[in-house]
Structure formats: C-alpha cells, structure tokens
Design a protein around this ligand. Structure first.
Ligand SMILES: [Zn+2]
Length: 153
C-alpha cells in the first residue's frame, strides 16, 4: 500500500479520508497508518475521538455509500458517478484468488459463486444482484476491475 501511494507521490499522512468497506483484517489492518485521516465506514465517521453518524455520502463528494451485507454484516460499497457511467467500489461483494479464473460473463455464476468467508450467503447474493443491476464498472476487493455485462437497461 505504501509503495502504491509513493507511485502517486503520496504518503500515508497525505490522505485525509479512508473508507473501510468492512472490518476483515486484509481490508482494515492498515487504517491506523493514515495518521491524518478520518476513517469512514457504512454508518460512521471516526474523527480522532469523535464518532459522527454518516450513511449517505462521503462528505464533500458525490460518492454514495450503499450497504451491501452478506460477506460481512457491516459491508458497504461506494458508488462513483462519472457522466453516464457508474463505477462501484464493491469490496468483497466480489472477489477472486490469484489462482482463480475471473469469469464475469455468466450472471448466475457471478451471483452464486461460493465465498468461504461469507457470513450470510443469501444476503451476499442479494447484494451482488443489487450491484449487478446498476453498475457499469465494478472494482472487486480481490481480482481485476471488470465491466458489468449484466446491467439492467
Ligand atoms: Zn473480507
């Protein structure tokens, strides 16, 4: 993560907001490295000792927060609108290991893919359906960014 920031000429201390899709170790462990950042999740902004309710948008942006439970109870995703295109930062609603082939053409397979870490598989499927109805581009928690072929016209 530090190297990726450095590639953009940034350091941890340059970042002022960090959004956590959920609290699994591999997604949240480094949050404390962002010494100058507010930490946000699907319900709260953590600003040092303050906890402020928030569940609508990332403050001062048009980026919407959408609850997408299933993989984890608190899981939420980000909706980024640009012109006529909706990109969804979907966290672990979608994910593939390095060894897996990332197949995205079959809607039922995409919705029903097993997730060994899911807390509630039925809830996860409902969240996947919801995102696949509206997204143009999906950024999964693990795997490559992909175009959604299944958006409702
Ligand atoms: Zn996870």
């Amino acid at each position: 993560l530090e190297n990726k920031l450095n590639d953009e000429n940034l350091t941890f201390s340059d970042i002022d907001m960090v959004f956590l899709t959920h609290y699994h170790f591999d997604h949240a462990f480094l949050a404390s490295q962002f010494s100058n950042a507010k930490i946000l999740d699907g319900s709260t902004i953590y600003d040092k000792d303050l906890e402020i309710d928030n569940s609508d948008k990332i403050p001062s942006t048009d980026i919407e927060i959408l609850l997408t439970p299933g993989h984890a109870k608190e899981h939420s995703s980000l909706l980024v609108k640009e012109e006529n295109k909706l990109t969804i930062v979907a966290g672990d609603v979608f994910g593939w290991t390095r060894e897996e082939e990332q197949k995205v053409d079959n809607l039922n397979e995409l919705i029903s893919r097993e997730d060994p870490y899911a807390l509630d598989m039925e809830e996860l499927k409902a969240s996947r359906r919801k995102l696949l109805e509206i997204a143009d581009i999906i950024v999964p928690g693990h795997g490559k960014v992909f175009s959604n072929l299944h958006k409702k016209k």
